[in-house]
Design a protein around this ligand. Structure first.
Ligand code: ADP
Ligand code: MG
Length: 361
């Protein structure tokens, strides 16, 4: 449905997008995630024809939308856009939603019916005559969504649609997005800096970093098998360790990480410099006195260096010759008598260690 081919965008001397390539399938929810300033808004503006790429092509339904100007109006009409800041015109809610329909020359009765339906769908039935400016941020964003949807677009573009909203409004918008895709089959391309929103909503995710998609994959792939150290960091993998493969067979290798040996799943040959990514949830911490077990993984003795509260959990960091952190419930911390300076044993399976080629720097 949407093809991005080597899309670049520079502002003056600054390259913001440097060859973004990917495709968004019909009926798919595709999230562009990436840190602030990565170029997410820029990319969406290019797709929405609000700006033109410096190089590369964007094809929608096979049409190169920036080359074929004759088609641009009809392409533009296939798309609805919702922006990051809830924005409404100073008129009634109904008028705000009707804008796109008026633009298309729909008659008054059809407009009234469609606006009513849209209000119903976004959970604002009866709000039609209210002044739009008097609504809360979450309500305004739902009006913006209704305005985008009332023209029955084939593609819905949303640039960080929930960035400025409270959690309850976020949940409502997410539910709406989910229903729009499921019930209407609308192709949805949205951006977010919230990786968990990407995970909740998207069929596939593109991680925008340094001007390109550092990775495109299902949420599961991106979150458990990040393609690089940067992606691993962005998706919240707390343990990223540098090392060199020193021995290996059958995809399970031994990595020397500054003198500490770590067993890892890795396709890389001996001598390769790698970054090892280990989710804190996959790391267990036990008192050091535990009896030796037969375990074809990693058991590293160490000293607790910090115990820091994090929501209902504690983040426990252990110096095993390299720092490793895990998350434990408060109760587990108490029961296991884990405290700073205490000796513990850190264990994790080789399968929990995802190796990526180290950054070339
Ligand atoms: P994101 O949405 O991922 O936070 P943006 O696409 O808004 O990132 O911006 C990416 C970079 O491009 C930023 O450094 C921003 O300052 C720059 N930028 C965006 N729009 C313009 C513009 N019209 N002129 C100059 N620089 C811009
Ligand atoms: Mg942005």
């Amino acid at each position: 449905m949407i093809e991005l081919e080597d899309v670049s965008k520079r502002f003056d001397d600054k390259a913001v997008l440097a060859g973004v390539t990917g495709r968004i399938e019909r009926g798919e929810i595709f999230a562009v995630i990436g840190p602030s300033g990565a170029g997410k808004s820029t990319l969406l503006r290019l797709v929405d024809l609000l700006d033109t790429p410096t190089e590369g092509a964007i094809r929608i339904d096979g049409t190169d939308v920036h080359a074929d100007k004759g088609q641009s109006l009809s392409i533009r009409r296939m798309m609805g856009m919702v922006f990051q800041k809830p924005a409404v015109f100073n008129s009634t809610v109904a008028e705000n939603i009707a804008v796109g329909l008026r633009f298309r020359g729909a008659d008054e009765r059809a407009i009234r019916e469609k606006v009513e339906d849209a209000l119903e769908i976004v959970g604002l039935a009866g709000y039609g005559e209210r002044r739009a400016r008097t609504l809360s941020g979450g309500e305004m964003q739902r009006v913006a969504l209704a305005r985008a949807m009332v023209i029955e677009p084939e593609i819905l573009l949303m640039d960080e649609p929930t960035a400025n909203l409270d959690p309850v409004s976020v949940e409502k918008i997410e539910e709406l997005v989910f229903c729009i895709n499921r019930d209407l089959g609308t192709t949805i391309l949205f951006s977010t800096h919230d990786m968990y929103q990407g995970q909740r909503l998207a069929h596939r995710i593109g991680v925008l970093m340094n001007g390109v998609f550092a990775q495109v994959g299902t949420p599961r792939e991106v979150f458990t098998l990040p393609a690089s150290r940067d992606v691993a960091r962005f998706v919240g993998i707390e343990n990223v360790i540098e090392g060199v493969v020193v021995a290996g067979e059958d995809g399970t290798v031994t990595v020397d990480a500054g003198g500490v040996r770590v067993r890892a799943k890795s396709p890389f040959p001996r001598g390769e410099r790698v970054s090892l990514c280990i989710r804190s949830e996959d790391i267990r911490i036990a008192p050091a006195i535990r009896a030796r077990r037969v375990f074809d993984g990693n058991i590293l003795p160490g000293t607790v260096t910090s115990v820091v509260p994090r929501g209902p959990f504690s983040r426990v960091t252990v110096d095993c010759g390299l720092p490793l952190s895990s998350v434990l419930s408060w109760k587990a911390v108490e029961d296991l008598d884990i405290r700073e300076g205490g000796r513990v044993e850190v264990s994790f399976a080789a399968e929990s260690v995802h190796a990526v080629r180290a950054a070339q720097d």
